[in-house]
Design a protein around this ligand. Structure first.
Ligand SMILES: [Fe+2]
Ligand SMILES: [Fe+2]
Length: 218
């Protein structure tokens, strides 16, 4: 199949699975002790890991377009980290008391960091995970609005979401150029599926163990 048809098919598959994940996230009520600020503080680790992954991949890349896309993403995710920190301060939380590195890297980070080819990284990290971040952020925005926190909702809607959408679109553009053989398409499809499966497992675990639902980020 040509790359355009492949990306269209992958898009449909990813969107349908994301709709399920979004519904599951929106259906769960966060534990009563988890307010907007507590859910927001969970985004720090995700933004840090997203930034670090982009940096790691950049050093292993020899496609200049992909290198530069990763460089932009690395900077954007670091900017998101700082924006989330600033909002936490406004909400009365001291971010220096938080330790986003505690617990070590997430299974998602470890999986993504180990991907061996450009087409897999682009399919998993940019195309799929950035779409996932947008779905989780939408659920979080609705939650913030429902709780009357319009400032946090605005930060996500106006600044963070457009960046995540841009990262996803970069993934789409690169896949159109990279997913041109049957082997590349099979690897891209498998990497996207594994990313979604892992996201589902991690969300389920967070809900069961800590009552975390509707948290922002990937
Ligand atoms: Fe981000
Ligand atoms: Fe992103």
């Amino acid at each position: 199949m040509d790359a355009a048809a492949f990306v269209e098919e992958l898009d449909r598959a990813v969107k349908s699975r994301l709709a399920d994940l979004g519904q599951a996230a929106a259906a769960g009520e966060p534990a009563p002790e988890l307010g907007v600020a507590q859910l927001l503080s969970l985004a720090l680790k995700k933004e840090l890991e997203a930034s670090e992954e982009a940096a790691l991949w950049m050093t292993r890349e020899d496609d200049v377009e992909v290198k530069l896309a990763l460089a932009r993403q690395c900077g954007d995710e670091a900017k998101h980290y700082r924006l989330v920190e600033a909002r936490l301060r406004e909400l009365g939380v001291d971010p220096s008391k938080l330790s986003p590195l505690a617990g070590g890297p997430t299974p998602m980070f470890q999986y993504l960091a180990g991907l061996g080819s450009t087409v897999e990284r682009v399919a998993a990290g940019q195309f799929t995970r950035e779409a996932l971040a947008q779905v989780h952020n939408d659920v979080f925005i609705a939650y913030c609005e429902a709780k009357g926190d319009h400032g946090t909702a605005r930060l996500y809607r106006e600044t963070i979401q457009p960046d995540e959408a841009h990262h996803h679109e970069l993934g789409r553009k690169l896949l159109l150029r990279l997913a041109v053989t049957e082997d590349a398409q099979a690897r891209a499809r498998a990497a996207a599926e594994r990313t979604l499966a892992m996201a589902g497992e991690m969300a389920e675990m967070a809900r069961l163990k800590k009552g975390i639902a509707r948290a922002p980020g990937c």
